[in-house]
Design a protein around this ligand. Sequence first.
Ligand SMILES: Cc1cc2nc3c(=O)[nH]c(=O)nc-3n(C[C@H](O)[C@H](O)[C@H](O)COP(=O)(O)OP(=O)(O)OC[C@H]3O[C@@H](n4cnc5c(N)ncnc54)[C@H](O)[C@@H]3O)c2cc1C
Length: 492
Amino acid sequence: MVDPIRVADVVVVGGGSSGCVVAARLSENPDRSVLLLESGPGYRSMLDCPVRDYRVVPMGAGSAYAQIYGVELASSVRSTTVRGRVLGGSGAVNGAYFIRGTSTDFDLWPGSWSYENVLPTFRALERDIDYDGPWHGKTGPMPVRRQPAERWSEISEAFRDAALERGYPEEPDKNGTGTGGGGVGPVPLNVDGGVRVSTAMAYLLPAWNRPNLTVESNTDVVRILFSGNKVIGVEVETEGVRRRIHSRRVVLAAGPIETPILLMLSGIGMADHLRDNDISVILDAPGVGSDFSDHPEVALPYRVRGSLHRDDTSPVVETVLNTGDIEIRPYTAPFDVLVPGSGQRDQVLGVGLMVTESRGDIRLTSDDRSDRPYIEYRYAQSVSDRRAMREGQAIGLDLLQSPAMSRLVVPLYEEVSDRSALAHLGTSHHLCGSCRMGGSDDATAVVDERGNVRGVEGLTIADTSVLPVVPSRGPHATAVMVAERISIFLAE
Ligand SMILES: Cc1cc2nc3c(=O)[nH]c(=O)nc-3n(C[C@H](O)[C@H](O)[C@H](O)COP(=O)(O)OP(=O)(O)OC[C@H]3O[C@@H](n4cnc5c(N)ncnc54)[C@H](O)[C@@H]3O)c2cc1C
């Protein structure tokens, strides 16, 4: 049976961290019909959400809520990265660490996205339960709180003591002045009532009953449809059945891997690459899938001397040290506890390089959507990135060997070198910037400062694809901020 053709004023592709915000905001106008299409499973109430438990990251092999991609992190290092595939997207399965980029991060964005311009949106989207004042919001949809110090796990306490012993400053409020001064302190968490609060919960579910908003989950958008260079809708597949949906405005929020893939499969991308894959070119846009950035992360495994106390409310990570471009994360349990199905039994300190020169590419391997893309990170190629990763390893090892930590743990390797960094290299899964935003003088930017795809009509991107570069902190709060601002532009 063929479904009748559907029509919506706006189709939002992807109900992830950004897409849920866009669908909820745009449907505030009762005269605008909004259809949100999500590949993964959905749910209609917080209680039905299958990924509420903030203490685990359901991204291990066989997860029903994650899409796993094979990647090449560096020339000798193959690995995987993962994205959430469920209503709420990656923000529904992530570490629940909800922090803003620093003010200097936004110096790399077009002028209309200066820190001064985006701070009011960061404040408006949050409800900070611990802090008040000029840097915080008290009434927004996203709850933000920190794990109370009296509930910290033994490893977090020892890590904090070690950092203070070594002379690093305390940073009690990591969403504070915006200068990103650094230090050791509690991570802001989008956790409330024992639940990881995704944008699906904070924005979409409260809007669910609006007559002008429809959410279709388990529905894959397979192609954007054009007439000339004008968008006329999307082709979707639900349980093997294909349909067309007509709309004059399509907002892509399929995340930083699937958004460029969908563009390329629809004829927007580097022309030679599209032709090589037998795809008709609608627009030559070399920036699609190109020059993304992410945070390399070197794991420093350690053995626990006895056993470590961990509260049953412990999040994945409850405190971090930011120093220079390095972030050190004492995960609160071994990875096979935090990521069921990961098979990784070690407990680790994660050493993240938060400002990196490496830029990667996402490329198709055929014109068939079911073929996995080729994702190349090019981590550790520059001299300065390799030096920074060695410095990060050295800081991490020094903390593990400090009096406060060494009474509890023994590092499982002590070599600080490029070789050991590559042997323990992973990624933070913070991929951003695969369809970069840029001002009119930026020839390779894919979208303009309002998120509209240049060179076609009716197509907007509102997800972490458009970030000029990954922020020097986790990108989740920035994904929400970007979606809020692009929704305002679309509603004007
Ligand atoms: C395991 C993990 C841990 C992380 N931890 C943190 C953290 O603690 N703190 C932090 O700040 N950041 C973290 N991040 C990063 C952060 O969650 C992401 O940057 C952010 O959620 C990305 O938002 P997005 O809207 O761009 O994409 P997503 O949230 O990934 O949303 C994309 C959505 O589109 C859907 N979709 C994809 N293709 C299609 C299609 N063709 N048709 C229909 N729907 C489609 C997907 O199913 C998904 O729901 C983590 C990410 C991961 C994966």
